[in-house]
Design a protein around this ligand. Sequence first.
Ligand SMILES: Cc1cc2nc3c(=O)[nH]c(=O)nc-3n(C[C@H](O)[C@H](O)[C@H](O)COP(=O)(O)OP(=O)(O)OC[C@H]3O[C@@H](n4cnc5c(N)ncnc54)[C@H](O)[C@@H]3O)c2cc1C
Length: 367
Amino acid sequence: MDDVVVIGGGIIGASAAYFLSKEGRKVKVIERDPTYKNASFPLSLGGFRRQFFQKENILLGKFAKEFIFNISETLKTEKNPNPTASMVANGYLLMFGPEHADEQYKALENHKACDAGTKNIKGTELSKYFPYVNSDGIETATFTDNKTEGWIDPFMFHAALKSKAIELGAEFIKGEVKSLNEINAKTIISAAGCWTKELLEDIPVVPQKHTVFRVKCPKHIPEMPLTGDLTTGVYWRPEGKEYLAGSPISVFDANDLEPAWNDFEELVWPALAKRIPAFEELKLTGGWAGYYDCNKLDNNAVVGKHPKYDNVYMATGFTGRGLMQAPGIGRALTELITTGSYQTIDISAFSVERVLNSEIRHEPYVL
Ligand SMILES: Cc1cc2nc3c(=O)[nH]c(=O)nc-3n(C[C@H](O)[C@H](O)[C@H](O)COP(=O)(O)OP(=O)(O)OC[C@H]3O[C@@H](n4cnc5c(N)ncnc54)[C@H](O)[C@@H]3O)c2cc1C
């Protein structure tokens, strides 16, 4: 009998393998596609933030920063002595119209309670801090400017977690698990991302296709934060000398990962040009699409022991924030499995029972 088997070697699987191996557990990770071609994490924008509504998401975002800042030490291995995730700590800027302002003011109370260190300004003050932004229609905006939010290279982050887990004794093997009954282990963790339903059909997490565009603009604004305009749902960030911009349209039941190219001219470019006048001059240079592991119930993660099994744990449903939550979730699962309860961030609110009972706890800030 195996000690711990993790199904899915994506970012959540790799993080769980790292934290459990650190505690001396013998972990086997089974991944059906070690190239990770369609897995969510390499197709993500790499953002880590603490600007959420729910306190658990704020706290997990704070831990992401702490973890990412320390990986040169914590994830150092003999084979990879200088691990990096190519972090750019430019912060986040989220802008809200009048329709979202009251909700944002409530979120700010949670930011304060969690000591998130975010700053809030009126829309009319935006140009003082971000002179390249057109504030028309923005009631309020929240941002960080103290290097606590930003983005990383998801593939490098995954590689660093995986290689440290392997050095600590974890084994990553290629294979597809068709049913949980195939696994003979003391502890099973389902980290199958948006494909979780194939193994646990009562979990309301499904693939939700999102498109990201790569654009070139003659004006380079390297200090620009990862910026979300909640009046249109469009978000963007610098990527080297170019920019990445996400479409606000997402699709359930998509047959393939062909990007929704029409969204660029119809929605994304007009929204970008309205908010950042320099973006009137843009050239589309590429794009891709990937799946969010969307929790259709309320956009929140589903983490913990599955009540219908004695030894099955799971983590999914991150709805656009699984990369940044991976460190906190790997640690939380390890605490739950090794001690029976959460020891640091209490994420009982994300329990599988809550989701099976359809108790909604909505997280509105999905980008
Ligand atoms: C366009 C886009 C932008 C995003 N931006 C961000 C962002 O800025 N910040 C952020 O934090 N998150 C972001 N995300 C979300 C993030 O990528 C996901 O939430 C995260 O990758 C989920 O991690 P995971 O390990 O659960 O799933 P995945 O990364 O999908 O890994 C799951 C793995 O399980 C394997 N698997 C599945 N079923 C089986 C099986 N039966 N047997 C064996 N293997 C199996 C799959 O092959 C896959 O490799 C974004 C996602 C997309 C698509």
